[in-house]
Design a protein around this ligand. Structure first.
Ligand SMILES: Cc1cc2nc3c(=O)[nH]c(=O)nc-3n(C[C@H](O)[C@H](O)[C@H](O)COP(=O)(O)OP(=O)(O)OC[C@H]3O[C@@H](n4cnc5c(N)ncnc54)[C@H](O)[C@@H]3O)c2cc1C
Length: 330
């Protein structure tokens, strides 16, 4: 199994270990860092985000001979790390766990020795035909920028949320420690909420799922949840408040005009997501289609159509456009 992780000294490259075969190499110090400091090199493409869209774009570009630079602020794999089982991405007839699919994507990054910097991009600006991409270690220059930054969870504002321990209320299941024990309340009635509930139930955790109105998830997920002894759903229930009592969380809910409480050890909020275009100045974020060399790919531009296959296709399409614009064919 390959793994990439953040070096102690950010910006110096990505360490790659082939743990299964006890092989370990440090990818060459980012050529980007060296040349960008000298202000000599302009990248053909800088990719912001190493989720499925960014990875697909990077692999296509690299194979086509254009050496991209990828920035990732968190971990390789993006939102896919949250997915319990992916059953609709072709090639895996039995389905595959999100984290397992991420491992395969990572291996492809490693296999193609793609220059990946584990750093957050702070901003992108355009001067003439050249993009300036700023991160902690400075500025790099590029003829094109692929923004594959995905989405961020919508925050909710309920009474008491600020006062409960941050380690007890999560917005992403990937932030829940793997060995966690205790009951969960999942807030939300969409695919992500039910995927989270099934994921937790598979770890032998008891889960309450509460949502306003009716569930909005795939019938398949609802059916699986209703078959699980670990999952209990509360339709037509609105979360109003939360407080901590004797190391547990007491969630104040309203169901059809009646107040009730749900007690749990942890909360997991899945109340929708919004595109994360914060790296772009407002004029570029609004008019990105008119800006030559700027591409938004994957979830960041797809509204409710958030799927791995769409993200991968978007990434490849942007990479092909870049190669075609260089006139170098495929
Ligand atoms: C619970 C759940 C289950 C799912 N199940 C499925 C499924 O079964 N099938 C399916 O097709 N899809 C599924 N999805 C959706 C799928 O995960 C997404 O559609 C896909 O990951 C989108 O890829 P992306 O590359 O566009 O964005 P993301 O995966 O969100 O990746 C964006 C990346 O950009 C990075 N980033 C953001 N800003 C910066 C910055 N400023 N600097 C550097 N890096 C940055 C982020 O850290 C992240 O790694 C599921 C999603 C969830 C939450």
């Amino acid at each position: 199994m390959f793994c990439l992780f953040q070096p102690h000294n950010p910006g110096k490259g990505v360490k790659v270990e082939n743990m299964g075969e006890s092989e370990s190499v440090l990818l060459p110090r980012s050529a980007a860092l060296t040349v960008s400091k000298a202000k000599g090199k302009t990248y053909i493409a800088v990719i912001i985000g190493a989720g499925p869209a960014g990875i697909a774009a990077a692999v296509y570009l690299k194979r086509a001979g254009a050496d991209p630079l990828v920035f990732e602020r968190d971990e390789i794999g993006g939102l896919l790390r949250n997915a319990h089982v992916v059953e609709n991405y072709p090639g895996f007839p039995e389905g595959i766990g999100g984290p397992e699919l991420v491992e395969l994507f990572k291996r492809q990054l490693v296999r193609w020795r793609i220059d990946t910097r584990m750093e957050e991009v702070h901003s992108v600006s355009k001067e003439g035909d050249i993009y300036h991409v700023s991160s902690e270690s400075g500025e790099v220059f590029a003829k094109s920028v692929i923004v594959a930054t995905g989405t961020r969870p919508k925050r909710i504002d309920i009474q008491g949320l600020e006062d409960v321990e941050l380690s007890k209320v999560f917005y992403e299941i990937r932030d829940v420690p793997p060995a966690v024990k205790g009951d969960f309340l999942v807030i939300g009635g969409g695919d992500a909420a039910f995927d989270y509930a099934l994921n937790l139930a598979s770890r032998d955790i008891h889960v309450d799922v509460a949502f306003r109105g009716e569930p909005r998830c795939l019938p398949l997920l609802l059916e699986r949840a209703s078959r699980s002894e670990k999952i209990r759903t509360h339709a037509g229930t609105e979360l109003k408040s939360v407080k901590e009592e004797e190391h547990q969380l007491v969630f104040g809910m309203e169901q059809e005009g009646t107040e009730k409480e749900i007690v749990a050890d942890y909360g997991l909020i899945a109340c929708g997501r919004e595109p994360d275009v914060s790296v772009l100045p407002p004029e570029l974020a609004e008019n990105w289609k008119e800006a030559s060399g700027l591409y938004l790919v994957g979830d960041v531009r797809r509204g409710n159509h958030r799927q791995v296959g769409i993200a991968v296709g978007d990434g490849i399409l942007a990479a092909m456009s870049i190669i075609e614009s260089m006139g170098s064919g495929k």
